[in-house]
Design a protein. Structure first.
Lengths: 119, 175
C-alpha cells in the first residue's frame, strides 16, 4: 500500500504591509480614533481573489465598538479579518454634552490586489 | 499606486513539497506489519518533519533496497522532494525526471519539478509542468501553492485595502 502524505513547508513568508486608502465618512458621524487595517487573507492573495465586506456596529460613549456584524460580503474569506479589524478599532469618545446616537455605524472594506511594478 | 517597491519579492518563499511514504500491508487484514522498506518509510518521515538531510540519506538507502518498482518510484519521488528541500534543484530534477519517465501520471513529480524549475528561473517549464499537474490533480493544494508562486514571480501583486466610512449609518433595527 502506498500511503501518500502531502506537506506544505511554510518558511515564514513575511506578510507584506498592505497599501491602505482611507475614505472618511460624512460630517456628523463618529470620528475614528484608531483604525486597524485588516490583514489580507493569504489564501485569497495566493489565489488572486479580491472582495468587499461591509461591517456595521455600535460605538459606545468611550468609542469602543460592539455588536459587530457583517452586513454585506462578496466572499466569506474576508469577513473575519474585517470583523476583527473593526473590533480592534476605536472612535473618538463623546464629549460630556454630546448625546449617544442610537444608530449603527458601517464601514466598508475593499480588498484589492494591485499589480506591482518592479523598480 | 501601481508602482510599488517590491522588497517583499525577495522575502523567503513558501516551499512546497509532496512526499509519499511506503507502508507495508499484511496479506491478512488482521495482521499489522511495519513498513516493508523501513529506510524509505523513515526517510519520508524525516522529510515530512523537515529534516532534508536525514530524509535524503534514508531514502537513498531505501531506494537501493527497494523490492519493487512501486517502492523505487516512491523513493525517487521523495528524493526529488528532498533535494528540492536541500535547495539542490538540479539533482531534484533528475529524480523527478526518472519518476515521470516511469509514470507520466505522477502529479506530485510534476508539481515538485515545477517548483524546482521555478527556483531555477525556468518559468516556461514551470508552467508546462504545472498544467500537467493541474490536469491530473486539479484540487491538490500543493499544486495550487506552486501555481501561486509562479504567479508571484510573473505577476506580483500587493494587497491594497480601502477602508470606506462613507456608508451612512443605519438604524439600529435594520440589522
Amino acid at each position: 500500500m502506498i500511503a501518500a502524505g502531502i506537506m506544505v513547508f511554510s518558511v515564514a513568508l513575511a506578510q507584506e504591509e498592505p497599501i491602505v486608502e482611507y475614505v472618511p465618512g460624512d460630517e456628523g458621524e463618529r470620528r475614528p480614533l484608531h483604525t486597524v487595517v485588516p490583514a489580507y487573507p493569504e489564501e485569497a492573495r495566493r489565489a488572486r481573489v479580491e472582495g468587499e465586506v461591509e461591517v456595521c456596529f455600535k460605538v459606545d460613549r468611550e468609542g469602543k465598538t460592539s455588536r459587530v456584524a457583517v452586513r454585506r460580503s462578496t466572499n466569506r474569506a474576508f469577513e473575519k479579518p474585517a470583523r476583527d479589524a473593526v473590533r480592534a478599532s476605536t472612535y473618538r469618545p463623546l464629549l460630556k454634552d454630546e448625546e449617544l446616537s442610537g444608530i449603527k455605524t458601517c464601514r466598508t472594506f475593499r480588498f484589492h490586489l494591485a499589480s506591482v511594478t518592479i523598480d | 499606486m501601481n508602482k510599488v517597491t517590491t522588497q517583499w519579492l525577495t522575502c523567503p518563499v513558501v516551499v512546497c513539497l509532496c512526499l509519499a511514504a511506503s507502508v507495508g500491508q499484511g496479506q491478512e487484514s488482521k495482521t499489522v506489519l511495519g513498513p516493508t522498506n523501513p529506510d524509505l518509510y523513515y526517510g519520508a518521515e524525516a522529510l515530512l518533519a523537515g529534516d532534508g538531510e536525514e530524509g535524503v540519506r534514508l531514502t537513498l538507502l531505501g531506494v537501493k533496497r527497494a523490492a519493487n518498482s512501486r517502492d523505487r518510484i516512491t523513493g525517487m519521488s521523495n528524493l526529488c522532494a528532498g533535494y528540492i528541500m536541500l535547495e539542490q534543484y538540479e539533482i531534484g530534477l533528475s529524480y523527478c525526471d526518472q519518476v515521470l519517465a516511469k509514470n507520466e501520471q505522477h502529479w506530485r513529480s510534476y508539481s515538485n519539478r515545477a517548483l524546482a524549475y521555478l527556483k531555477l528561473g525556468r518559468l516556461e517549464e514551470t508552467e508546462a509542468d504545472l498544467q500537467k499537474a493541474e490536469a491530473i490533480a486539479p484540487n491538490a493544494r500543493t499544486v495550487k501553492v506552486v501555481r501561486s508562486m509562479l504567479l508571484d514571480a510573473t505577476n506580483p501583486v500587493a494587497p491594497l485595502i480601502v477602508i470606506d466610512d462613507r456608508r451612512q449609518a443605519v438604524d439600529d433595527d435594520e440589522e
